[in-house]
Design a protein. Structure first.
Length: 149
């Protein structure tokens, strides 16, 4: 087996994450989605999109919570914190400022959004010193991807 194949199959790829300190919950890890998670999120988004082209928008009422459900991890175990539709609905009841803050970070980690989102992200972190080292120019940490057995 080639060296490249071994690196790919043994999880040599790292995923980006950012630990975010929140007053509401303590430290929450937001992590880049893996390929399968991103496809499930994109399937959900496609099913909840109205319009097309530049006029397309998400119509789901759980847009932020749904993305966060794929990205929120326990910093100690790396396990997803919100998995079921019922848990997404409960997460969606959290404060809009908290969800908005976490949503922007999750978008950035996953390369989602547009220039307006990136500009908002920059303004947010410039104005919010309580975030745990956040910001576009901050180094993003990586977590080891699980190895293939």
């Amino acid at each position: 087996m080639s060296d490249l194949k071994l690196r790919i199959l043994n999880g040599a790829c790292k995923v980006a994450f950012q630990d975010v300190e929140t007053t509401e919950w303590g430290t929450v890890r937001l992590q880049e989605m893996n390929g399968a998670e991103k496809e499930r999120y994109e399937d959900w988004a496609a099913a909840h999109t109205v319009g097309s082209g530049e006029d397309a928008t998400l119509s789901g009422n759980e847009t932020r919570a749904r993305l966060l459900s794929f990205c929120m991890r326990d910093p100690g175990t790396g396990e997803r914190l919100v998995v079921t539709d019922a848990e997404v609905a409960v997460l969606n009841q959290a404060g809009s400022r908290l969800l908005g803050r976490l949503f922007l970070i999750a978008q950035h980690l996953n390369g989602l959004g547009n220039e307006d989102t990136e500009a908002l992200y920059r303004r947010f972190f410039d104005a919010t010193p309580t975030m745990n080292g956040g910001g576009l120019d901050s180094p993003v940490k990586s977590a080891d991807a699980p190895s293939v057995s």
